[in-house]
Design a protein around this ligand. Structure first.
Ligand code: MG
Length: 420
């Protein structure tokens, strides 16, 4: 932490800090008596600058630090290990920086003059940088950082304006975090986390590029069983074996509210599955309520389908997760409405006398990016629970109706036969 503070000292020039009105003030050092700083730790050896920090444990969302500056100065929040964000003014420019593992990158900068406000927010997966040059707050930048949920923050403020507070921790309506996750669920075997643990580190959001193209579906391999070519739902049925009620569109089909899960008529064991999906272009809901569906292998193991583009949820329940067990390695979501692809390689578990002797294994590429690699599935996955294996054979590939109009297209499967 000391290293972080020292870096900040270099970044933060002469600072005069005071408070601005905020949505909800949780802590304010109004009279600068020093009492309010009880929870704050003076950072030593900062070359004469005042730098204080406060350790905030647990899941923090929508909490920010805020300062008003007449001259130069700024804020930082650190996630430790040389990773932190900083927002400061220096010589007429506001700089938004992100430093990850000691490597610093400029996210954005803007020229300003006069009195300004700066604030940093944290929503569990992203740091958010705002500034104000009048009454309105303006989003300057947003950066992914690292999936930790506690941070240390501080300011440099050697020249506090008289009668004004130096430091505020506020909760902003615009950043209000949606509660998600569970802490009263069973522990996931082989991990320190409980099922849907909100404190589990969030996968980094990345841009998946165009390893899998967006615009036109590709052509399946010649030995694939085509489950949907854009024209009909002949390979599909509802959960009772009847005609599926999902809507056929132009080259895709779409989940209809309360239409129920659909499944392939045929049952499959170990497969390579290609499936493309799109969450609704119109963003509605948050966390698990946004663009939720799912692909069930052998009818039992869900690879989550969800709009997690700037949408935070419990890590073991986001797009590309093995639902209730393992988060994706990264969050490779494309924006809402864009076509996305899963390429899934699933190997069936093997049983002997009712006991599992080889667990199911799965690899998932999301938009061409590896998000699961040869993962052994510890048991039957599900919502808020862990269940041991029960003997089963091949099963229907199922698509979940979670009440959101998620679309699918270009679905094909290749059965994995043992090699000779
Ligand atoms: Mg789902």
């Amino acid at each position: 932490m000391k290293k972080t503070a020292m870096i900040m000292v270099v970044l933060l020039l002469q600072g005069g800090a005071s408070g601005l009105a905020a949505d909800k003030v949780h802590f304010e050092d109004s009279d600068f008596s020093g009492d309010g700083w009880g929870e704050f730790i003076e950072v030593p050896d900062t070359g004469g600058w005042v730098v204080r920090r406060r350790n905030l444990g647990g899941l923090v969302q929508g909490w920010v630090q805020e300062v008003t500056l007449d001259t130069d100065g700024g804020l930082f929040m650190s996630a430790g290990k040389g990773s932190f964000v900083s927002l400061f003014r220096s010589q007429g420019q506001i700089y938004a920086l992100r430093t990850r593992d000691g490597e610093r990158s400029l996210i954005n900068q803007i020229a300003v003059d006069g009195r300004i406000g700066l604030r940093l927010g944290f929503d569990g997966a992203f740091f958010i940088y705002d500034y104000s040059a009048g009454n309105d707050w303006i989003r300057l930048a947003k950066s992914d950082i690292i999936g930790v949920v506690s941070y240390t923050g501080g300011i440099s403020s050697p020249n506090r304006a008289s009668g004004m507070s130096d430091y505020r921790i506020v909760e902003l309506g615009s950043l209000k975090g949606v509660p998600f996750g569970y802490t009263d669920t069973p522990k996931i075997p082989g991990t320190p986390w409980v099922v849907h643990d909100p404190f589990r580190p969030q996968p980094r959001q990345i841009n998946p590029g165009s390893v899998t193209p967006v615009n036109n579906p590709g052509i399946p391999p010649s030995d694939a069983i085509v489950l949907f070519d854009g024209t009909n739902l002949d390979a599909w049925e509802d959960g009772k074996g009847n005609e599926p009620k999902w809507k056929l569109g132009d080259g895709y089909f779409e989940c209809q509210k309360k239409s129920g899960t659909i499944r392939t008529k045929e049952k499959f064991g170990s497969v390579q599955l290609h499936i493309e999906w799109a969450s609704p272009a119109e963003v509605k809901g948050s966390s698990q309520g946004r663009g939720n569906s799912g692909v069930f292998l052998a009818g039992l193991y869900e690879v989550q389908v969800q709009d997690n583009y700037d949408n935070l949820t419990y890590p073991d329940g986001q797009a590309g997760s093995l639902y209730g067990y393992r988060p994706p390695r990264v969050n490779a979501c494309r924006p809402p409405g864009e076509w996305q692809a899963y390429d899934i390689i699933f190997e069936m578990p093997e049983f002997d006398g009712g006991q599992v002797v080889r667990k199911a294994k799965i690899t998932v590429l999301h938009n061409g990016v590896v998000v699961q690699h040869g993962e052994e599935i510890p048991g039957i996955l599900g919502h808020k629970k862990t269940r041991p294996y029960r003997e089963h054979g091949p099963g229907h590939i199922q698509l979940q109706d979670h009440g959101n109009p998620v679309r699918y297209r270009n679905i094909w499967v290749r059965e994995l036969q043992p090699t000779q």
